[in-house]
Write a protein that binds this ligand. Sequence first.
Ligand SMILES: Cc1cc2nc3c(=O)[nH]c(=O)nc-3n(C[C@H](O)[C@H](O)[C@H](O)COP(=O)(O)OP(=O)(O)OC[C@H]3O[C@@H](n4cnc5c(N)ncnc54)[C@H](O)[C@@H]3O)c2cc1C
Length: 392
Amino acid sequence: MLRAMRSDESHWLADGARERDALDAVTAPSRAVDIAVVGGGVVGVACAYWLARFGADVALIESRRIATGASGRNGGFMLGSGPQMAKLTELIELEQVDAELEQPGHLALASSEGVIAQFAEEIEERPPTAPGVELLDHSDCEDLLGLQLAERFRGGRWQPSGATIQPARLVLGLAKAAARRGARLVERCPVHAVEPRRAGGVALTTAAGRVNARHAIVACAAHSAELLRGANGLFTPSRGQVLATEPLPRRFGPGMAVDFGQVYWRQAADGTIVIGGCREADRATEESLEEAVNPVVQRALEAFLPDAFPGFGPVPVARRWAGVMDVSPDGRPIIGRWPGAPGVWVAAGFAGHGLPPASGVGRVLAEAIVLGRDSEWLRRLAPDRDQEAVAA
Ligand SMILES: Cc1cc2nc3c(=O)[nH]c(=O)nc-3n(C[C@H](O)[C@H](O)[C@H](O)COP(=O)(O)OP(=O)(O)OC[C@H]3O[C@@H](n4cnc5c(N)ncnc54)[C@H](O)[C@@H]3O)c2cc1C
């Protein structure tokens, strides 16, 4: 019998607890607001931030505490495009968000010759605007890391521009900036329904009563389907397991992965190694909305580093947690007006890559709602797009 394992607060949320407690949040929204954003993850917070920056009257309504969903439980890798990263850096500087954004590079180790061939093909087909990457062989990887690497790794893909961030601090810092610009932050207030009103606008049924708004954005990741009529089954939950070690002597500079993110890890400034992935150890169980730790996957995570790096030594575990990704049918986010529900918008389906695009998504939605300016993004990622055509 497998022993149950405790689910801890994530390393990032524990580290950002002071910022979270300093947020100026209430537990009940006012009865009427121009725009309501439901969901206090990186996507909802970015929407609230840009709406407030464009001068809108906005309330962000979160069922738990801000950043406690996937946004505070992830790996904190930022592998976005050059323009995405430049804009985010500018925003972080403008709003003085202390989110430990760094650019240590990113190395994905290849576990087979087949993956090396896929990396090579990807490099060949990369558009000139994409961040530069290069193929390394086994000994290049060992040299780069200064560590002995198990023979089974055939080489790797090195992205010098790969960045990392403290994801909870990013969300909390943006929430603080949104509040400074006039957004109201509401926590511990689940929203039960978001419905268009006959008279125009939207009615939200919340744990603290009814709220009328002109527009509402649903940004609740995999839970978004519960608030959008006809969205049942649109977002498949995909749980990811993560653990954090006690602080260890410095071993990894770059952000790290195996293949296409089957395992990923990084060492934070205090020496803590945060490692996640290994879903294949118990894939069927991991299609879950429950943020519960899975002992089978957690054991696989614990065994990974000593197996991949001969002589690595023991991995003392400080925290274990899980987070849920939301996967759309074609694997791309779903952003824009919800069909048949005037005033209702959605921004969800970011799966395992929501950090780099979040601010851009917030801006695009704020421009559409406040300025009436639709972007190409909204057309390509619209909820009623032909998912099969987009995937092809
Ligand atoms: C283990 C793991 C590792 C990942 N690693 C990375 C990575 O390294 N890099 C990267 O870019 N991305 C990564 N991701 C993906 C990234 O975390 C997500 O794409 C991103 O956080 C999605 O943000 P969100 O705001 O849509 O969702 P969330 O952060 O989940 O926010 C949704 C919020 O909605 C709230 N909510 C739900 N229902 C209601 C309701 N009815 N009423 C009010 N509030 C509600 C929830 O409480 C939650 O706070 C990872 C995800 C996981 C789970």
